[in-house]
Design a binder for this molecule. Structure first.
Ligand code: NDP
Length: 281
């Protein structure tokens, strides 16, 4: 099974399908990521906040897979937006992962109500990591159109990706469109809405027509819209199911029928980035 790649605006190529480890318990992460590697996943999405970067690093070392075949993403935790804190936190991420270079490092949340609304100096700090050759790419997560406009305008440095909540019940079209307008690839988090879309009648009907599961049809919908996805699962069977989405395609009408399930802001699973201000203790 060959996973398609997407070329980012800095000419690096990222596998369009990866494996996310949010809510994978730290002590189970190495085993889960090892299973994902065996299945064929080569792109892992972790974060400082998930407290499982060490497990990801362990699985990388155990795998014996050539470093250049892997794509590893992590994210800056919310308490570390000040430049010196961000530098220190980034050093610690590399150490926990056991890597000299990470493929992608993101500002996890913009936190516009904290740090005097200054996510711009945080963004400048992440650009240093690329200049130093310690990050191949840097990007943002949960950035609304105004946040993206501002970092691009004030720094001239365009993020490689914007990782945002996107699934059939919350298509997040304004943030997607702003990202695409800036040449920023969209990464869709909670791609199956943590399971909430899997009982949907429309998705179920399309799945039955293709002999696929609702999760496979939903992930395929993302792929056909051009977004990057990394569903999370701790079950080997579901990891395999989520990986097996490249032997069928959806019609234009089927893609449109799934997009029409959008409930706007009412469909969000996660917090609103304009007001989210959680800082872990
Ligand atoms: P997902 O949409 O990937 O859904 C995961 C849930 O669905 C789990 O409960 C899982 O259970 C279940 N599941 C997975 N596959 C199947 C399947 N085939 N059939 C039925 N149930 C299934 O949600 P996430 O929130 O985990 O999002 C994915 C990734 O996105 C995260 O792991 C993280 O990397 C990233 N993310 C980023 C955020 C950000 O702010 N930047 C926020 C949230 C997520 P089980 O494990 O038991 O299979």
């Amino acid at each position: 099974m060959t996973v398609p790649t997407i070329t980012l605006n800095n000419q690096t190529t990222i596998p369009q399908l990866g494996f996310g480890v949010f809510q994978v318990p730290p002590e189970e992460t190495a085993a889960a990521v090892s299973t994902a590697f065996e299945i064929g996943y080569r792109h892992i999405d972790t974060a400082q906040m998930y407290q499982n970067e060490e497990g990801v690093g362990q699985a990388i070392r155990d795998s014996g897979i050539a470093r250049e075949e892997l794509w590893i993403t992590s994210k800056l935790n919310n308490g570390f937006h000040r430049p010196d804190d961000a530098r220190r936190a980034f050093d610690e991420t590399l150490e926990r992962l056991g890597l000299d270079t990470i493929d992608l490092f993101l500002i996890h949340w913009p936190l516009p109500t904290l740090y005097d609304g200054d996510y711009v100096s945080t963004w400048r700090t992440l650009s240093e990591f690329v200049e130093q050759g310690r990050a191949r790419s840097v990007g943002v997560s949960n950035f609304q159109p105004a946040h993206l406009d501002r970092v691009v305008e004030e720094t001239g440095v365009v993020p490689a990706v914007n990782q945002i909540e996107v699934h059939p019940y919350f298509c997040n079209e304004e943030a997607r469109a702003a990202s695409i307008r800036h040449g920023v690839e969209v990464e869709a988090w909670s791609p199956i809405a943590q399971g909430a879309v899997l009982g949907d009648e429309v998705i179920g009907r399309i799945a039955a027509a293709h002999g696929k599961t609702p999760a496979q049809v939903t992930l395929r919908w993302h792929v056909e819209r051009g977004d990057i996805v990394f569903p999370k699962s701790v079950s080997e069977q579901r990891m395999r199911e989520n990986f097996d989405i490249f032997d069928f395609s959806l019609s234009v009408d089927e893609v449109a029928a799934i997009s029409a399930l959008d409930r706007g802001a009412a469909g969000r699973m996660g917090p609103d980035p304009d007001t989210f201000d959680y800082v872990p203790a």
